[in-house]
Unconditional design. Sequence first.
Length: 383
Amino acid sequence: MKRPTAQRLRDDAVPGLPCALFVIRHRPLVQCLFLLTIVFLGSGATCSRSLRNPFAPMGPPAPEVLTAGATLEQVVSAVNLNAGRVHSYQTNDASITVPGVPGIPLLRGNIVAQRPGRLRLQASTALTGPEVDLGSNDELFWFWVKRNEPPALYFSRHDQFVGSAAQQVLPMDPKWLLDALGMAQFSPNDQHQGPVPHGDGTLEIRSFIQTAAGTMTKSTVIDDRRAWVLEQHIYASSGQLMASSRARSHRYYPDMGLSLPQEIDIRLPAMQLALTIDVGAVLLNQVAENSALWSLPVLSGYPQIDLGTAAPGTIPSVGSGAAYQVPTPTPALALPSNPAVESREQSARRASAGLVGVPYPLAQKPVAQQLPPGGIPASALAR
């Protein structure tokens, strides 16, 4: 009888080698880079959730900013106003779990983000030193993982991403993780439909986004009272689900007058990848100007490889990696009827049940409201 994936990993692991790093070394290079990029851009993991203070206060409840029957403009305005208050984001206290991969080593680091699309993550362990350096500035993004084979620092210009080897490694632009962290806004350049109420305390807005790769559809599920962005699902022009994020809980920051996700499920079906991030303690709008922070690093002994100018299929791989796939777990729970900051007992039960970010099927019935091409008027975004 074939053993479960998690059991095979435990049996086959090399003594003394952290399980997750063993898994990474035996994946194809493309999947290895993608896994680590998404994991660490979204986390900067430091300590496990079990080490956190279970009695730490979560802060006051968030105010209700929407009323029954809110219009499309009202919902968009509330979401954009909340996210628009975040100009920079930093955490040194995040943790991450990957279903199906036991024994992930603890990485210490930090994630820094700054609008419109800057990211930097540097992570290390006490025993092995620096392990990851990931970043994005206005022109390009890069990623370095010490344990990759062959060793290199990979980068690509944003304007060369579509159709290149970079897109083969990263089907979604890394800047999408800013949306998952709570900085998502509805653009006035996109077409938006809705809101469609789901009868469980949530509503849905569909957005049609023109990109160099074609028209993408984004489904955004929102708390119908607090305007929290609960779920985001992105579909390619072919209808294939590219990425999903679901906020298990939110934290309200009264001094800033905004709410952000505290625990986030991320699902990337094409890569059979699912993970959960607890962002820990977050500092908002306190990142000082530092050009070195957003600059492509030079690492001794690691050549720089431009994925933006490389044709798809030219990236070398290491091993088949077939026995070390991380399965995307089957969704087990539905959305709560009253989304709010969950108790730690509730959160533990939900975490043990696996990923719950299930996209609503694209509705066949007519939507309640629809704006013409050109999207939301600027007057609505400014409120």
